[in-house]
Design a protein around this ligand. Sequence first.
Ligand SMILES: [Zn+2]
Length: 413
Amino acid sequence: MNADRVLADLRELADLTGGPDGARRVCWTDEWVRAREFVRSRLDELPVEVEVDAAANVWAGLEGEQEGFVIVGSHVDSVPAGGWLDGALGVMCALEALRSQAERGKPPVGLRLVDWADEEGARFGRSLFGSSACAGTLDPSEVRDLRDRDGERLEDVVARYGVELDRAHESGAQLTGARAYIEGHIEQGPVLESRGEPAAAVLGTFGVERHLAVFTGQTAHAGATPMELRRDTFMATSQAALAIKEVGIRHEGVCTIGGATSEPGVVTAVPGRTEMLLDQRQLDPDILAAMLGDARAACEQAAADQGCEVELRHLWSIEPIPFDDRLIALARQAVVDSGGKDTAIPSGPLHDAAEMARLLPTVMIFSSSSPPVSHTREEDTPEADLRVMIEAYGRTVEGALELAAAGDLPPRG
Ligand SMILES: [Zn+2]
């Protein structure tokens, strides 16, 4: 891998579709098309066939000595005013993997780049469009009538970009012969920065449990109701929130109270109803289930202590998706060999890799994020850390190609 070329491509893409106000490669827009044209212009320099599938994912393949292929990729789309590295780093790493393999002749098995369509879901609120279509987990009826800010329907908008929604699942044919999936990405959080580590292998993506806790008590006059005779849902929510923070700490997961709304919400009344948004994440499914059980118990205890009732309503959940042990071991070693430490962390955010991990041996490699923020133009990573990550990525791809050639990663039928 030539890290200089990856960095040059990233900077050129940022100049073309970013700048001081951040990246503006929102999927299903002209700027996104421009970003893809840039990637296309780079691919056209290589001995590869470029193809756009039924879900608007771009594929470019290099043939190998043996049948089947390892997939490398990520997404060039961004959130509005997003960062220069989110998604783009993984695509440019994949491009360089293809380019460096092509310079050396035929790889032992094939190598295919993918640029997934609409990872971010920035326009319609549905993330992982292209990769979920490919993995067979996109239900057209669930997304057809999603509308953007201007009231346009998803089905109509994607049709303008060549996607017939009911046929998007045909993208899955691209996986015939696939042996593994490897994705590079920025961490988008503070863990690696706080440890002073440039890069890491990724263990998998967190499972997520989202609930709305509805506390009901009694609305009452703020002056006329003595403290001991109140049924105050705000107090119950507060007590539950502090207990749930400890649940996250105790189980080494993350618990977030995203917000709470009280009714009637005036200074002269004890709130008789409060709704609290709860998001919980962990990599281990049993621990995630225990976290949810503990959070429920904390809500019930708080409600009982404050003379209230509580009901937990399910909003959304996804199971934890672990990556492949052999590829994780490969990536860990690759990070060490590239100047990092032997480390592997879970991913809090979801990624296209989570969709692929349902079907293929998968691994991701993170670079640090510093400042540790993403989905904002302040998103960045020190160049030295990017170089470690790029090198580790190259070694991981190399290792996967060798494993595949040795018969350890059989092609998908
Ligand atoms: Zn991303």
